[in-house]
Design a protein around this ligand. Structure first.
Ligand code: F6R
Length: 608
């Protein structure tokens, strides 16, 4: 899981590449490197550590040249080190390669190459690619790459340059994401759009099994059998500003504050003149829906938590039974899926390896696939039958926030759409829910106006070794998400429990001073939550509650209460998650953690 940038043109490649890599640090940040073709040699710099190490070095020791490739790494094969950093070179240092993905048969290839006399210097899988291209290179770089990829098994996005083919770069996409950018001043490759937005908005989203020859004057695209491919140029609408921090201290905070806008975008651009939801990329007819007897919602992490709320919404409104599963479990569980099953996948990035594998497994079994994703042209979007784009804009912080709330909006819209088509709800209820959804954006805004309570909670929990989240029904799902957010960016051990399960074991963990965040927004369940709060209080817990404005009983039992505005119970997860995001953010900040890049995590998990 790494970021790639490459450039051929009239500019200094180093500047374009380093600037692009900065935008891709969310994909990997344990090491980085650059290789540039210049005056009959390939000059390389690569270092373990954050991109700033490479940046500082190249500022002092510029690498000149107009054709180059760069990489920011998140280690999979071999620990982060200068040697293991990309680009990787052949022994003669005439060919350089950057790679995102995993070469599954690299050990076999390595042995074959070693028997032919090739020397390996790194522990990476990528290095085999440089040597295989060398083995086949006879003056035509593209031809050598075509031959090399026939030997590779696994997932890869590649950028390849050669000293003896100085005016070109070859790029390949198989499974791992890669785009091509086009401009008058030259052409680009990148793992993601923000890397090249300063230079161009015209891009090709490469498909699996495509090879590209980039020259300063233009690009040619081929399939793996060398047939030319005609592709449509997409114009990217995201602003450069949208892809950078926009004045906030961290991407996460910026993205938290972007939620009102993201929710509005996701919702209002899909309402037709008659006030109904219009889902252009979802072709499911009433007849299709009537033939579906089960829905599976499959995703990972935060996206999975959104799916759990999606289940509640679809079952309540569209009356279709829904199962949820974690993608890494689903794919190996021989799931009961057939042509009457609808698989709904949720993925911010649209590139998560396990989610993509679940998609392919379900399709193999005949299921129809609808995906909810934030990235247009992503692998999951392209392989799905129907797509709902969340239009949250780029999410850069590792901790997902605006993607989650827009995924909830997507689920409500899909559920309402299914329900009205199937006739399982009245028009009155349909518009009651939809009208209430339109108020969510401003309600989130009001929650973000004053964050003193969350800041003060963060100060008090920052040194605690554990914390528990409790909830029932939809609040339990929010508790799971709140707990994940806190653990990933504060490193505090937290767990979420269904409050009714407390007395079956968990309550043994509560002792004097244990912080507990109790989410109690669901009208029918507030009474039960009050009993659970009393139970943990009686054992010494300090309880921070999240409740609905106007509710008067919680404050009599909890130590502190954060109130969310009133809305329909089914929609409350959009509001109740906001304080949990802020508690996580301010705790991380108070602990001096790198909020946007917490340890051991990467934004886009494109390996199993
Ligand atoms: C947590 C987080 C992860 C992702 C998960 C799935 O804040 O961001 O749990 O939700 O890795 O990623 P996507 O949605 O890109 O498939």
């Amino acid at each position: 899981m790494c970021g790639i940038v490459g450039y051929v043109g009239s500019r200094q490649a180093q500047n374009v590449i380093i600037e692009g890599l900065e935008k891709l640090e969310y994909r990997g940040y344990d090491s980085s490197g650059i290789a540039v073709v210049h005056e009959n040699s390939i000059n390389t710099a690569k270092f373990k550590g954050r991109l700033s190490v490479l940046d500082n070095f190249t500022k002092e020791n510029p690498i000149t040249g107009n054709v180059g490739i760069g990489h920011t790494r998140w280690a999979t094969h071999g620990a982060p080190s200068d040697i293991n950093s990309h680009p990787h070179l052949n022994n003669k240092e005439t060919i350089a390669v950057v790679h995102n993905g995993i070469i599954e048969n690299y050990l076999t290839l390595k042995e074959e190459l070693q028997s032919k006399g090739y020397q390996f210097v790194s522990e990476t899988d990528t290095e085999v690619i440089a040597h295989i291209v060398d083995y086949y290179y006879e003056g035509d770089l593209m031809e050598a790459v075509f031959k090399a990829i026939k030997k590779l098994k696994g997932a890869y996005a590649l950028g390849v340059i050669a000293k003896d083919s100085p005016g070109e770069m070859i790029a390949v996409r198989k499974e791992s994401p890669l785009i091509v950018g086009l401009s008058e001043d030259g052409n680009y490759i990148a793992s993601d759009v923000p890397a090249i937005l300063n230079y161009t908005r015209d891009v090709y989203f490469l498909d699996n099994g495509e090879v590209v020859r980039l020259k300063p004057s233009g690009v040619e695209i081929f399939d793996f059998d060398k047939n030319p491919v005609d592709k449509e140029v997409h114009t990217v609408e995201w602003s450069v500003e949208a892809a950078t921090k926009g004045g906030y201290e961290h991407f996460m905070l910026k993205e938290v504050y972007e939620q009102p806008q993201a929710i509005k975008e996701t919702l209002t651009r899909r309402i037709d003149e008659d006030g109904y939801i219009k889902l252009d990329d979802i072709k499911l007819s009433a007849e299709d829906l009537n033939s579906i007897n089960k829905i599976y919602i499959v995703a990972c992490g935060t996206a999975y938590h959104a799916g759990k709320i999606g289940k509640l919404a679809i079952e309540k409104l569209a009356k279709i039974p829904v199962e949820t599963d974690i993608a890494s479990e689903f794919r190996y569980s021989d799931p009961f899926v057939d042509k009457n099953t609808l698989l709904i996948l949720v993925s911010q990035s649209g590139e998560t390896a396990d989610t993509l594998a679940a998609l392919r497994e379900a399709k193999r079994k005949g299921a129809r696939v609808l995906s909810i994703t934030n990235v247009v042209g992503s692998s999951i979007a392209r392989e799905s039958d129907d797509v709902f784009y969340t239009w949250a804009g780029p999410e850069v912080a590792v901790a997902s926030t605006k993607a989650y709330t827009t995924q909830l909006i997507a689920f409500y819209m899909v559920a309402l759409n299914m329900a009205i088509k199937k006739g399982t709800i009245t028009k009155e209820l349909y518009f009651e829910v939809l009208d209430e959804m339109k108020t969510l954006s401003s309600k989130v805004e009001s929650l973000l106006e004053n964050v003193d309570a969350e800041k003060s909670i963060a100060e008090r929990i920052k040194d605690k070794s554990s914390l528990f989240y409790l909830g029932r029904g939809a609040d339990y799902q929010t508790a799971l998400e709140g707990s994940l957010k806190l653990k990933e960016i504060s490193y505090i051990f937290t767990e979420a429990f269904a409050a009714g399960e407390l007395k079956h074991g968990t309550i043994a963990l509560i002792e004097e001073g244990t912080p507990v965040v109790a989410i109690a927004t669901q009208k029918d369940l507030v009474g039960k939550m009050i009993s659970n709060i009393k139970e943990v209080k009686a054992r010494g817990a300090y309880v921070y509650a999240i409740a609905t404005e106007g509710e008067t009983e919680i404050k009599k039992v909890a130590d502190e209460v954060i109130y969310i505005p009133e809305t329909l119970d089914i929609l409350k997860p959009v509001l109740s998650v906001i304080p949990t995001q802020l508690i996580a953010y301010y705790t991380s900040l108070a602990k001096g953690i790198d909020v946007d890049k917490p340890r051991n995590l990467a934004k886009s998990v494109t390996v199993e």
